[in-house]
Write a protein that binds this ligand. Sequence first.
Ligand SMILES: [Zn+2]
Length: 428
Amino acid sequence: MSSLWIKNGRVIDPASRHDAQGDVFIADGKFVKSLTAAQKKSARVLDAAGLVVCPGLVDIHVHFREPGQTHKETILTGAQAAAAGGFTTVVCMPNTSPPVDNAGTIQLINAAAAKAPVRVYPTGCITVGMKAEQLAPHGTLKNAGAVALTDDGLCVQSNELMRRAAEYSKMFDLPLLDHCQDESMTKGAVMNEGVVSTRLGLKGWPHAAEDIIVARNIILSAYSGAHIHMQHISSARSVELMRRAKQDGIRVTAEATPHHIALTDEALATYDTNFKMNPPLRTEADRRAIIAGLKDGTLDCIGTDHAPHTPDEKDREFDYAPNGILGLETALAVCLDVLVRQNKFKLPAVIDLMTRRAADVLKLPAGTLAPGANADVCVFAPDEQWTYDATKGFSKSRNSPWHGQKLTGRVRTTIVGGKIVYANGKLV
Ligand SMILES: [Zn+2]
């Protein structure tokens, strides 16, 4: 029976409103109030002086590309990148090849997840093959282990089908995660529609295409009582719609990505495809509104939308490059920078957005240091400066806008179920 004693850190556990210098004790994979004298004697001791000790980070939006696109990422390499980024629980999207619309594919993911260094939860598709023609077997997907349903990457366009999905998923208490995009308004679009897209001569996608679906989902949630979660909110109007929906007590939640709070469409001036994602980077006003939404609780959590693509795929003309960027290894540093240093969030509030509140959206057993909980921990140096080198990252891919950038705040140790899985730049 193994014990771990994390000493002298700044222990932050937003779930129990705890923020104080102290120790964290772990026995047999769970947090405990204290260790017995005998356990203390044999415990492994981790000195956390000068470091923050918080619950392992939780990301409810990652793409691990397995099955079918394992040249970009596998569940193992994705989970390794997660561990390096301080994440101990991640939820992977079902837009693999084939898409995750049946129990067999979930079993395959669960088998790979069992060998991964962090906890990996699968989601299932809303519709068969993500074709938006008929509903996937939601109950079977839940029984196989899906924690939510989504056609992420695509958005169910038919209001009628989405209504049926809301009613059906509610019977199984499975949230719908929606990538909010009216595709009739975004044909051929590769970036935000606005002054910058006009200047660059690139086809834009208007934020209205997101807002319309966010509004649709709010209406359907109110109508059906189903929990609908809006993925990667990118527009100020969408934030405002969410604010009103929450005031009205409607069962909706939403996430924001690190890139939408850090960057704007101005970053596309060089046509660097590492700034191409969907939904696209938008304006400074949108960026500010998303940050305000995170501050006042309108938006529930941070989700990275970690989306690996190979250099060959990304290194093409802007119009043809795939959407998406890596996120797991840089998320904490980016959020500390944008939210704590630039926007005066309290550190526990940011940790809350990346732990308990993310876990709460999908009712995952994670996000707290409370005794009895799974001993998942992130230990980080909040002020340590480092340069992120995507070529030396743990993801199989390299597509990050933060490659070569100086970041502040670095993960030192990641612990899953009481076991150290990552320490000082190396997987354990
Ligand atoms: Zn998406």
